[in-house]
Design a protein around this ligand. Structure first.
Ligand code: ATP
Ligand code: MG
Length: 461
C-alpha cells in the first residue's frame, strides 16, 4: 500500500471507511424495516385474538358446541381467517380449512410469543394466546401471510444492494478527484524545487494566501531558498575577494622575479630581489592561512580546545607583542590587568590571536604620538577586555561592517599598511566560539574602543 501514490491511498482509505458506514446503515435499515413489519402484523393479530377471546368467554357457558359454531361463523365472517383453537388436551375446537392446510404446530404452553412460520414457501406470522373460561382453558392461534410485506422488504434489500456499490463508486471517484486537486499545488512545489539550481537560486514559489499547510510550506520553502541564496552569495563573494587579494601579491612577485632574471645581476641585486619576494611571500602565506581558517570555520572543521585559562595572562602576553609594535611607531602603550585571575573557558592560543588582531589594528590605525590602552576586568558576571586607541576612528556608516570579511573602511590606507580586511572577522569568530561577543564604539578622528565580553568560568571569586 505504501508504494501507491498518496492520492490512491487517500481514496482507498476513504472508500473503505465509507463502505463500512454504508453497509452498517444498509443492514440496520433492512432489519429495522423487518422488525416494524412484524410489529404491525402482530398488533393486528392481537386485536383479532381479543375478538376471539370475547366470543369464547361469552359462549363457553352454553357448552363447547356453541363455542364451535360461533368460532366457525366468526371465521367465515372474517373471510376464512387463519384461525385454530384447541382445548387443553390438544383436541381441535375449531380449525379453519386454510389453517389446517398450513399444518402450523399447536403452540406449546411455554411458548406464547409471536413467531414466523414458513409453509409451502410462504411466510406466515402466528400469534398465540391462552384463554381461560371457567375450569377449561383454550389455546388460540391466529396467523397472517407475510408474503406481500416480505416482497416489499426484498425490493428494499435489492435497492440497497445495488445503490450502495454505485454510491461507493461515485464517492471514490469524487474522492480521487478531490485529493488530486488538493495535492496538485504540492506537485508545483516539487517542480520548482527540481528546477532550482545554483544559477537560479533567486526563483521563488507563488505563496497562496490560504492560511493553511500550503501557505506555510511555500513560505518555508521560500525562506529556505532565501537563506541558501544569501549563503551562496556570501561564498561566491568570499571566493571572488580571496582570489582578488591573492592575485595582486602573486603578480608583484612574478614581475619582480621576471625583472631580476631579464639580465645578469650582481649578488646584492639578487639578494634584494629575493628579500622583497620573501616579504611578499610572508604576507601571502599569512593571507592564505587566514583564508584557510575562515573556510574551515565555515564548515565546522576548525574546533577550539577550551580549558580554564586566566584572561589577564592571555591579554598580557598579547600586550608584550603589541608594545614592541607601538614603540616602533612611537605610540604610548598602557595596560592594566586585575591583581586577581579572571578565569574563562578558552583556547588560549585562539584568544591571544584575537587580542593581537585588536592591538595590531589599534597600532595600525593610530598615528605616531597616539595612545593605546588595554585593560581587563570583570563586569556584570562576565569577563571584559577592552582595547582603546586614540587613532583615526571609524565613520558611523562603516561601523556596522568592520566585522565583515574583506571590509576595509579606508581601503587605500589599509592596503598601504598591509591589511586585507580579515582580522576582525576572524576575531569575531573566535569571540563567538568562546560563547562571547565583540563590540566596537568609535568616533571618527578621535579613536576607537573594542570590547570583548566572555562568560566567566567556575573558580572565580
Ligand atoms: N582600531 C581601529 N581604528 C580605526 N579603524 C579600524 C580599527 N580597527 C579596524 N578598523 C577598520 O576596520 C577595518 C577592518 O579591520 P580588519 O582588522 O578586519 O582588517 P584590516 O586590518 O584592514 O586587515 P587585516 O587585519 O586582515 O590584516 C580596517 O580596514 C579598518 O578600516
Ligand atoms: Mg586588522
Amino acid at each position: 500500500m505504501k508504494s501507491f501514490p498518496i492520492q490512491i491511498r487517500l481514496t482507498a482509505w476513504y472508500s473503505v471507511i465509507l463502505a463500512v458506514i454504508l453497509s452498517l446503515f444498509g443492514l440496520s435499515a433492512y432489519f429495522e424495516m423487518r422488525n416494524s413489519i412484524h410489529e404491525t402484523v402482530d398488533e393486528a393479530l392481537r386485536e383479532r385474538v381479543k375478538g376471539v377471546r370475547g366470543l369464547i368467554l361469552r359462549d363457553s357457558q352454553y357448552g363447547e358446541d356453541d363455542v364451535k359454531r360461533e368460532l366457525r361463523q366468526h371465521s367465515e365472517l372474517a373471510g376464512g381467517a387463519l384461525l385454530q383453537v384447541s382445548d387443553q388436551q390438544g383436541n381441535w375446537l375449531y380449525r379453519s380449512a386454510s389453517m389446517s392446510d398450513l399444518e402450523i404446530p399447536i403452540a406449546s404452553r411455554n411458548f406464547t410469543g409471536p413467531f414466523t412460520f414458513a409453509s409451502r414457501d410462504t411466510p406466515f406470522r402466528v400469534v398465540n394466546a391462552e384463554i381461560k373460561a371457567g375450569d377449561q382453558s383454550y389455546l388460540v392461534q391466529i396467523a397472517a401471510p407475510l408474503d406481500d410485506f416480505y416482497e416489499a422488504l426484498h425490493r428494499f434489500g435489492m435497492l440497497l444492494l445495488v445503490s450502495i456499490p454505485i454510491l461507493l463508486l461515485c464517492a471514490a471517484g469524487g474522492g480521487y478527484w478531490l485529493s488530486r486537486r488538493a495535492l496538485a499545488p504540492f506537485d508545483q512545489i516539487t517542480q520548482t524545487a527540481r528546477s532550482v539550481s545554483i544559477q537560479n537560486l533567486s526563483s521563488r514559489l507563488v505563496v497562496p494566501q490560504s492560511r493553511d499547510v500550503l501557505q506555510r510550506l511555500s513560505e518555508t520553502f521560500n525562506s529556505m531558498l532565501e537563506r541558501l541564496e544569501a549563503a551562496f552569495k556570501k561564498i561566491t563573494q568570499f571566493t571572488a575577494d580571496a582570489s582578488h587579494e591573492l592575485r595582486t601579491p602573486v603578480a608583484v612577485m612574478r614581475t619582480r622575479a621576471e625583472l631580476s632574471l631579464r639580465k645578469t645581476r650582481t649578488v646584492d641585486e639578487y639578494r634584494e630581489a629575493l628579500t622583497q619576494i620573501h616579504t611578499d611571500l610572508e604576507k601571502t602565506s599569512d593571507l592564505v592561512e587566514k583564508l584557510m581558517l575562515l573556510a574551515r570555520a565555515d564548515y565546522g572543521a576548525e574546533v577550539l580546545q577550551l580549558s580554564s585559562a586566566n584572561l589577564g595572562e592571555i591579554v598580557r602576553d598579547a600586550c608584550s607583542q603589541g608594545r614592541t609594535l607601538s614603540e616602533s611607531k612611537q605610540i604610548s602603550f598602557y595596560e592594566q590587568m586585575p591583581d586577581f585571575p579572571v578565569w574563562v573557558k578558552a583556547d588560549a592560543h585562539a584568544l591571544r590571536r584575537l587580542f593581537l588582531i585588536l592591538i595590531d589594528n589599534a597600532v595600525k590605525y593610530t598615528p605616531t604620538g597616539g595612545q593605546i590602552e588595554v585593560f581587563v576586568a570583570t563586569d556584570n558576571g562576565s569577563a571584559l577586555a577592552t582595547v582603546r586607541d586614540t587613532g583615526i576612528g571609524i565613520a558611523p556608516e562603516d561601523l556596522p561592517n568592520v566585522f565583515e570579511r574583506f571590509y576595509r573602511a579606508d581601503k587605500a590606507r589599509s592596503r598601504e599598511s598591509g591589511g586585507v580586511g580579515l582580522g576582525l572577522s576572524i576575531g569575531r569568530w573566535i569571540a563567538e566560539t568562546h560563547g562571547g561577543t565583540i563590540e566596537v564604539q568609535s568616533s571618527l578622528g578621535h579613536g576607537s574602543v573594542f570590547q570583548v565580553r566572555l562568560p566567566l568560568a567556575s573558580g572565580n571569586n
